[in-house]
Ligand binder design. Structure first.
Ligand code: AMP
Ligand code: ZN
Length: 137
């Protein structure tokens, strides 16, 4: 597809930070990473959305296998990662060439939020105890 940005990347007309390539897919860094690790896994065939995958086409299985390889490459296969496909505008799809997002590395953010919640709960308990002590005196 001549006006498709991912086709242009696949054909080498637009640069990308590739992390994997084989006969059916390329995987490269998302230009605007939403996580410390954000890789797009993109079939080489121009298929606009997940709805357009031909019957019996095993491309999603291959994308899954490549995700496993890429996750291992970045050392997150055991710690964990998220793999998702946006479908059509309502599903958040902006580039109409099928691709899967592999995101990982947000653990620190989650840990910070969990720690903040734990502190807030502890604080409320402490304040509750102080108030109870004063009332019972
Ligand atoms: P989606 O919303 O699922 O269609 O995701 C499209 C993704 O492609 C977005 O996360 C964009 O940041 C990313 N993107 C757009 N243009 C480029 C590009 N030239 N190189 C790498 N990623 C891109
Ligand atoms: Zn395309």
């Amino acid at each position: 597809m001549s006006d498709c940005i991912f086709c242009k990347i696949i054909e080498g007309h637009i640069p990308s930070r590739k992390v994997h390539e084989d006969d059916r897919v390329v995987a490269f860094w998302d230009a605007h990473p939403a996580s410390p690790i954000h890789i797009l896994i993109v079939p080489k065939n121009h298929i606009p959305t997940l709805n357009d995958i031909p019957e019996n086409d095993q491309i999603l299985a291959h994308v899954g296998a490549v995700a496993k390889t890429v996750a291992r490459q970045f050392g997150v296969d055991q710690s964990g990662y998220r793999l998702f496909v946006n479908v059509n505008r309502g599903g958040g799809q902006m580039v109409f060439h099928l691709h899967a997002h592999l995101v990982a590395g947000n653990d620190l953010g989650t840990l910070f939020i969990k720690a903040a919640i734990a502190c807030a709960i502890l604080w409320r308990k402490l304040v509750g105890l102080v108030v109870k002590n004063r009332v019972s005196r």
